[in-house]
Write a protein that binds this ligand. Structure first.
Ligand code: MG
Length: 161
């Protein structure tokens, strides 16, 4: 039998390109670039999904939602997260708490963090104090610093019951 608590880690990167909406944590953020990907490319939610799947050693979202599957084309990543939450619930676990870091040079994410927390909170069927979202930059260094892409990391603690 698996332990009462299980920890998981997720990491994801998507490229910033023109003519795409910027969706982070299920929230549309006004910006002249958006993230490129098969779904809506919500890098934050992808990191959360992978952390949750990782916590129970269930693989990753690439395995669950292959980009060869046209059902997931342009789809909101919140739907993917819902499926992951269903999977985790079926295994007998729920989110104890989650901590996310988004790395983006621009735009400023601070004004959108509370809405992202609320959106994630609903999707995860948990309470606001259990959902932490932070944003940082890399001080102009690397792909993120040059504004070529956005990355996100997530750790999650799942509890049985
Ligand atoms: Mg992704």
């Amino acid at each position: 039998m698996m332990a009462e608590y299980r920890i998981g880690h997720g990491f994801d990167v998507h490229r910033l390109v023109p003519d795409r909406k910027l969706i982070l944590g299920g929230v549309e953020i006004p910006y002249h670039l958006g993230l490129k990907g098969h779904s809506d490319a919500d890098v934050l939610i992808h990191a959360v999904c992978d952390a949750m799947l990782g916590a129970l050693a269930l693989g990753d979202i690439g395995k669950l939602f292959p980009d060869t599957d046209t059902r997931y084309e342009g789809v909101s990543s919140l739907l993917l997260l819902e499926e992951v939450v269903d999977r985790v619930t079926k295994e007998g676990y729920k989110v104890s708490n989650i901590d996310v870091t988004v790395v983006a040079e621009a735009p400023k994410l601070a004004p959108h963090i509370e809405k992202m927390r609320q959106t994630l909170c609903n999707a995860l069927r948990t309470d606001i104090p259990e959902v932490s979202i932070k944003a940082t930059t890399t001080e102009g260094l690397g792909f993120s610093g040059r504004g070529e892409g956005v990355s996100a990391t997530c750790v999650v603690l799942l509890a049985r019951g």
